[in-house]
Ligand binder design. Structure first.
Ligand code: C2E
Ligand code: MG
Ligand code: MG
Ligand code: MG
Length: 295
């Protein structure tokens, strides 16, 4: 957490932290500074989104894109979501942030030249908000995006509290034709029981398994089991974090249907994604060689 460390060193000044409670206090100050800055960013249009392509392994075409929140701090530079999302969750900012991302992602997707799906991450905290469904309905109506083109990504941690209320909400989303994906699969708890209680459209296999694909036959066995199980339960699978051609080839033999990762394309600006989609509309390239835009 390099960026939290930046805030941290600022909060500590030139003093050295010798004691645990001092360290804790400095971290609290750092988080508080971050939440104040994040609040300003939310109010003053300081956030943005990037889209990462998701590729159909058979056709090589972009069939979806995942919206990822971005925050470039005016002083500290780019702050990764792994730092600012938890801060937003802990300081009551995630509902506003989540709604902002959803709204922007849906408006962008409605203007794409293709009927490509858009995937948006939802925080478990957003499920506690009373009006989540109403907000999603409004955003879909205003953007004109067909519900079937929206996929919401949730992690197993949404089930940790109020599993019944969460399930009810998920069923209502599904009734609208919105797709639901279980993100980072394999990293949480009780994975299997949730797979049985809710008909997810898709399981996203966590990139830690994909990462080990070359070296480890255990990882291969796990990925193949997840793909088989998902198929048996009527769900599709997306492999996250595909970084090499070799991983892509191995994945093909598992029956996994979709891939996402640096090998196919890093998260890119909405403009770049629009360009990629209009190219794929005219002709589908034999090999999905996408841009790797480093921002
Ligand atoms: P995620 O939903 O699992 O998103 C995928 C993450 O993996 C992204 O990181 C993406 O840039 C990264 N990634 C993609 N391909 C590769 C690869 O080949 N190798 C490696 N090493 N990484 C790859 P990012 O953008 O830093 O986001 C991290 C997490 O932050 C996301 O994980 C998601 O949990 C959360 N997040 C991002 N945007 C939002 C948002 O709008 N709302 C919420 N609630 N969470 C968000
Ligand atoms: Mg995700
Ligand atoms: Mg994921
Ligand atoms: Mg992940």
């Amino acid at each position: 957490h390099a960026d939290l460390a930046l805030y941290h060193s600022k909060a500590m000044g030139r003093r050295q932290a010798h004691f645990f409670d001092e360290e804790m206090a400095a971290r609290a100050v750092a988080r508080n500074a971050m939440q104040a800055d994040l609040r300003v960013a939310l109010e003053q249009d300081g956030l943005s989104i990037q889209f990462q392509p998701i590729i159909d392994l058979n056709s090589g075409e972009i069939i979806a894109a995942e919206a990822l929140a971005r925050w470039t701090h005016p002083v500290h530079g780019p702050i990764p979501p792994s730092d600012f999302i938890p801060v937003a969750e802990n300081f009551g900012l995630i509902n506003a942030l989540g709604a902002w991302v959803l709204k922007n992602a849906c408006h962008e997707a409605a203007r794409w030249p293709t009927k490509t799906r858009v995937a948006v991450n939802l925080s478990p905290v957003q499920f506690r908000a009373t009006n989540l469904l109403g907000e999603i309905d409004l955003i879909l109506a205003e953007s004109g995006l067909a519900p079937s083109r929206l996929e919401l990504e949730i992690t197993e941690s949404v089930f940790l509290e109020a599993a019944d209320a969460t399930l009810a909400c998920l069923f209502q989303l599904k009734e609208r034709g919105i797709h639901i994906a279980l993100d980072d699969f394999g990293t949480g708890y009780s994975s299997l029981s949730y797979l049985r209680s809710f008909p997810f459209d898709r399981v996203k296999i966590d990139r830690s398994f994909i990462n080990d694909l070359n070296a480890s036959s255990e990882a291969f066995a796990i990925v193949r089991s997840i793909v088989d199980m998902a198929r048996t339960l009527g769900m599709n699978t997306t492999a996250e974090g595909v970084e090499t051609a070799q991983q892509a080839e191995i994945l093909r033999t598992t029956g996994c249907t979709e891939v996402q990762g640096y090998w196919y394309g890093r998260p890119c600006s909405p403009q770049t994604l629009g360009t990629l989609l209009s190219h794929s509309e005219r002709s589908s390239p034999p090999k999905p060689a996408l841009v790797n835009e480093d921002i």
